[in-house]
Structure formats: C-alpha cells, structure tokens
Design a binder for this molecule. Structure first.
Ligand SMILES: NC(=O)c1ccc[n+]([C@@H]2O[C@H](COP(=O)([O-])OP(=O)(O)OC[C@H]3O[C@@H](n4cnc5c(N)ncnc54)[C@H](OP(=O)(O)O)[C@@H]3O)[C@@H](O)[C@H]2O)c1
Length: 272
C-alpha cells in the first residue's frame, strides 16, 4: 500500500540554484520543511544568507553558496563546495534563470543571447552533468529542471528566453534517457506567470500604480483568475525530488493556471 512517507525528503541533500529568492527560495524552503538539507546558490550572497536564516529559524539546515552559474569555473566550484559541506547530492533543482530583457527578434543582440544561453542552457547542462556524476557513484538521484510555458509557446519580445526554455525541456529528456540506468530521474517543471522579481521586470518602466494595474489585468486573463505564487510550484518539486516519483522520468508538469489552454492570451501587450 502506498505510504505517504514516500513524499519525505528526510536525510536527503538538495542543491537549489537561484535559491535566494522567487521560485527557488520557495522550493528550498519546501524541501527543508520536507526534511532535506539544502545548498542554495546564486550570485547575491545577501539573498542566500537571508533565505538560509529563514530556513534555520524553523529548524531546517541550509548552506548559502555564492556562485556565477553562467561560468564553467563557477559551476565546478559550487559542486565542490556542496560536496565539502554535505558529502553527497541527492537532488538538484536547476532553477536559476536569466531575466529576459525585452527585444524583438529584429533587435536582439549577441550579448543577450550569450547571457541567457550561458545560464539557462549551458550552465544548466553542465551543472546537471557534474551533479549526475556524483549521483551515479551514489547509486541514484533526482534532477528537476525549471523550464517555462514560453518553452512551449513563444512569448513576444523574449525570443531567446523562449528558445532557451524549449532547450531545457530537451535537456531533461536527453539526461533522463541516458541516466535511467543509473537510477537518476530527470523531470521538468514548466511554470506560467508567477509573482517574482523576474515577473516584475515586465513592468520595469511603469510607475508603481501602472504596474499594479497591469499586473491585476494580466491576472484576470489567466484562466484560474490570478498570477501564481512561488509556493504554487513547490508541491510538484517535492514530488519530483522524493521517492514518490521513483518511476517517473523524462516528463514535465506545467503549472500555469491554465494559460497554455488559451494561447490567444499571448497577444501583443499581454505579458503572459
Ligand atoms: N516568474 C515567472 O513567471 C516564471 C515563469 C516561468 C519560468 N520561470 C523560471 O523560474 C526560474 C526562477 O525564476 P524566478 O521567477 O524565481 O526569478 P527571479 O526571482 O529573478 O530569480 C532568478 C534566480 O536566478 C539567480 N540567477 C540569475 N542569474 C544567475 C547567475 N548567472 N548565476 C547564478 N544564479 C543566477 C538569481 O540570483 P542572483 O541574482 O543572486 O544571481 C535568482 O535567485 C527561472 O528559471 C525562470 O526562468 C519563472
């Protein structure tokens, strides 16, 4: 009979990239509540330290690791630090993502391509490779990649981001296919609009009043009637990280309040 303890992360070590704010922070806190020790990593040490303090405040264990994950040397140093601190990696969440600067396909510059691809695709690929090498030696593990509904349906003026997120979905399938024999499961979560700093960047040139109005209007267009919160992503992440998903690999869960059901929402001027 199925036992609910299969959702527990007790005794596991998890790495959450971009774990200092937004969706990554919510996942890191959820994992810690489910019993995991968490390494949270990104560029800004203050966000990481604040998140680690919040996790410690409810009795969890968290280590902040500062790293630039769009650079190869940053990636290996981050993995080495996790191994020094915890000695193993059971779960990796590739959540860190570059904010998409707005530009049409006619105006996007090479620098934008490199910033986005170096983190969202190249970084994600090689972090997964480094963690998978550890997991293979350990006899198994879980990798969760955060893509986006933009990887299913291109968002206007963020073409490079959309292309990177379609790539993330294929990285999941490629890794899942080759790593199944080592008992490593690899899955994708594809969020729709979620209230975070990245979401707010859509309205960066608006006054606070205009931004609040535009956000509320965007929320009303979502079939579920609201923009999501980071906590809306956590349940699926705990499932993919836990033994409950041991027979699930190469698959994806879309968490978007129904946006993909209504592709006409993605019209000019509608930032979702
Ligand atoms: N919010 C949405 O509506 C939405 C929708 C679909 C998918 N997503 C995806 O969800 C993930 C999390 O995004 P979010 O919305 O929570 O955005 P966010 O609040 O902007 O968080 C992005 C995280 O990535 C980290 N990061 C950015 N560049 C980095 C780098 N070069 N090296 C290391 N860390 C880096 C940031 O930390 P530092 O700045 O400290 O480095 C931050 O912790 C992303 O992959 C995003 O594409 C978000």
């Amino acid at each position: 009979m199925f036992d609910l303890t299969r959702f527990s992360l007790e005794g596991k070590v998890a790495v959450v990239t971009g774990g200092g704010r937004g969706i990554g922070q919510a996942i890191a806190m959820g994992f810690a509540k489910a019993g995991a020790k968490v390494a949270i990593t990104s560029r800004k040490i203050n966000d990481l330290e604040e998140t680690a303090a919040q996790i410690k405040a409810f009795g969890g264990e968290a280590v902040p690791i500062q790293a630039h994950l769009g650079k190869m040397e940053g990636i290996q140093a981050m993995i080495d630090t996790v191994m020094e601190k915890f000695g193993r990696i059971d779960i990796l969440v590739n959540n860190a993502g570059a904010s998409p600067a707005m530009a049409s396909v006619l105006d996007s510059e090479e620098r934008l391509w490199e910033t986005i691809m170096n983190l969202n695709m190249k970084g994600l690929y090689f972090i997964s490779q480094a963690a998978a090498r550890v997991m293979k030696k350990q006899g198994g593990g879980k990798i969760i990649n955060i893509a986006s509904i933009d990887g299913f349906h291109p968002e206007r003026t963020v073409s490079i981001y959309s292309i990177s997120k379609a790539g993330v979905r294929m990285i999941t399938k490629a890794f899942a296919s080759e790593l199944a024999e080592f008992n490593i499961q690899v899955n994708t979560i594809a969020p729709g609009p979620i209230h975070t700093k990245m979401m707010d960047s859509h309205w960066i040139n608006f006054t606070p009043e205009e931004a609040a109005k535009a956000k509320a209007a965007a929320g009303e267009l979502v079939p579920m009637g609201r923009i999501g919160e980071p906590d809306d992503i956590v349940g699926a992440a705990v499932y993919f990280a836990s033994p409950a998903s041991d027979y699930t690999t190469g698959t994806e869960v879309v968490i978007d309040g129904g946006v993909l059901l209504a592709p006409l929402l993605n019209a000019p001027g509608v930032p979702i």
